[in-house]
Design a protein around this ligand. Structure first.
Ligand code: CTP
Length: 406
């Protein structure tokens, strides 16, 4: 998710730094857009360093030079790419521009161009705030659906006391999270997720692997993190970037995954085993590269079943969710696995279908618990991830496996 953060010229501009940090903690990318006045209070470099993104500081560059933009129509590109526009602090001037459709700088142009929801956190002197002009501009914006995070009362930078102080960053961020539909119902949970394939060495250059891309596990990690959980992601080799804020433990073999998972399991209140762990490894991998001298045979031995081990040693409040990649009799086989491994839920996907599953961004699964069968129709892996987390949370409540209060 991406939020454009408009920063206007006010003393509270420094509080926007905290807003950037809080948004990032929720895995949200922040594109900072500064008005000219804002740059009198704080340098664009500060926001560039904090957000890790180029800061947009105007429509135009110095006379005769291009602006610091990727394209001449960047206001349209940014407008289309954001999930919300947040303006904090929002001055009386920008508020008036928004209300009357004036578009003479990047921020006011962006406001007109974006279909995304808009949240503003005004701040100004108490007289300016109470002025009829400001209040009627606010009315116009509210009627248009703009959400206003009301300023608080207190000592203002101008020396006066009254309404006009910008709301606290936590409150502003909570408003934008609600606007984006981000719920924090996993805030007390620690979720341990395994993802991706494992690689079992054959010789120093070859390995036995599988087609897992890790996309389902990474989507679960991102979704859990956004819902407020602390997330530990134990991942086999994949070509994916770990979602921001997630603790990533990289492993290669099934045995490395087992030891990483077992050593972190006690911290977790929900464990989701989405990894496609190798069931077999070569009993004795060759120390030197095997030469091509006719047929060879590899002696394979079973790997340890990580999920089984977790299930045997689990704490009473832990919810354990497994995956079953099946090519035939999916539901039947999944149900048998649920019982055999003593899990709370199993997510079954039919990997024989070429359009979903391995390496696809989409999936279609059936979630089975002791007394429920939830068919989740084809959707993006991030939506499927939400449904799996919903099921895990329901199980926590139903089974009484509630996390101890932190
Ligand atoms: N799993 C595991 N350790 C293994 C193998 C699998 O923890 N060594 C986990 C997977 O992460 C998944 C679940 O077990 O959550 C099911 O994996 P799967 O390979 O489909 O099932 P198996 O138990 O190996 O049964 P089978 O291969 O016979 O279908």
């Amino acid at each position: 998710m991406k939020v454009a953060l408009g920063v206007c010229g006010g003393i509270a501009a420094y509080k926007a730094c905290e807003i950037v940090r809080l948004l990032q903690e929720h895995g949200i990318r922040v594109q900072v857009v500064m008005t000219a006045a804002a740059q009198e209070f704080i340098r664009p470099l500060t926001f560039a360093a904090l957000s890790g993104e180029k800061v947009i500081a105007g429509l135009w560059g110095p006379a005769g030079e291009p602006a610091n933009l990727d394209s001449a129509i960047e206001h349209i590109a940014v407008a289309q790419s954001i999930d919300a526009l947040l303006v904090a602090p929002c001055t009386a001037d920008t508020l008036a521009k928004f209300a009357h459709g004036q578009a003479d700088d990047f921020l006011s142009t962006l406001y007109l161009a974006t279909p995304a929801p808009v949240v503003i956190a005004p701040t100004m002197n108490v007289q300016m705030w109470q002025h009829e002009a400001t209040q009627s501009n606010l009315d116009i914006l509210r009627k248009r659906g703009v959400q206003v995070v009301e300023p608080g009362s207190g000592y203002l930078a101008c020396g006066m006391v009254g309404a006009g102080r910008m709301a606290e960053p936590e409150q502003i961020v909570a408003t934008i999270l609600a606007k984006l539909g981000i719920v924090r119902d996993l805030a007390v949970e620690t979720v341990l997720i395994t993802a991706g394939p494992t690689r079992e060495p054959v010789d120093p250059v070859r390995f036995l692997g599988n087609r897992s891309s890790g996309k389902m596990g990474y989507a679960l990690a991102e979704a859990a993190q956004r819902r407020g959980a602390r997330v530990v992601l134990v991942s086999g080799p994949v070509a994916l970037e770990a979602p921001a804020g997630v603790e990533l433990v990289r492993v290669e073999t099934a045995e490395q995954m087992r030891s990483a998972v077992v050593s972190r399991a006690a911290e977790a209140s929900i464990i989701i085993a989405a990894a496609a762990v190798a069931d077999f490894r070569v009993r004795k991998a060759a120390e030197q590269k095997i030469k091509r001298n006719g047929a060879i045979s590899l002696e394979l031995e079973p790997t340890a079943d990580i999920l089984q081990e977790l299930s045997e040693n689990r704490r009473p409040e832990q919810v354990l969710v497994g995956f079953a990649a099946e090519t035939e009799d999916a539901v039947e086989n999944g149900r048998a696995k649920l019982k055999r491994k003593n899990l709370d839920a199993i997510v079954i996907n039919d990997v024989s279908r070429p359009d979903i599953g391995f390496d696809s961004d989409r999936n279609e699964v059936t979630i089975i618990t002791a007394d429920e069968k939830i068919e989740v129709p084809e959707d993006s892996k991030s939506k499927i991830a939400q449904r799996i987390l919903d099921a895990a949370l329901t199980l926590k409540t139903k089974t009484g496996r509630l996390a101890p209060a932190k």
